[in-house]
Design a protein around this ligand. Sequence first.
Ligand code: FE2
Length: 141
Amino acid sequence: MSVASDAAALLERLRNHSMTTYQHSCNVGNLASALAEGLGMQQDEVNVITLGGLLHDIGKVRVRTSILHKAARLTPAEWEVMRRHPDFGVQILAAVEKFDIIEPLVAYHHERWDGRGYYGLQGNDIPWAPGLLPWPMPSTP
Ligand SMILES: [Fe+2]
């Protein structure tokens, strides 16, 4: 199977699990593509970033919808499950060797430049940041 058909199968699985997460993922994929193109990246890089955007939340297929769609604040136990969705995503993608290239995007998509993300990585320590941002970013105080 091609990357596109494998990605489509995963997105179909996500759509069947959570329409809102599927729509969010499509939006992120489109925005990531536009951003990468706008930054003048090579087409192969644009393709990787777009695929990463489309599949960044694929791990949410392993989060119960009672947690995923809960309108109220998550309990600490529910939050712990939710925080694992990047890891779930990496586990799902590991079954398809050609998705290796987007695993850093999926694994660390909740990192923040200031280090307040899921794993607390900062700035250029975030595995995808140096390759994604074509200019040097200032270090945080
Ligand atoms: Fe996420």
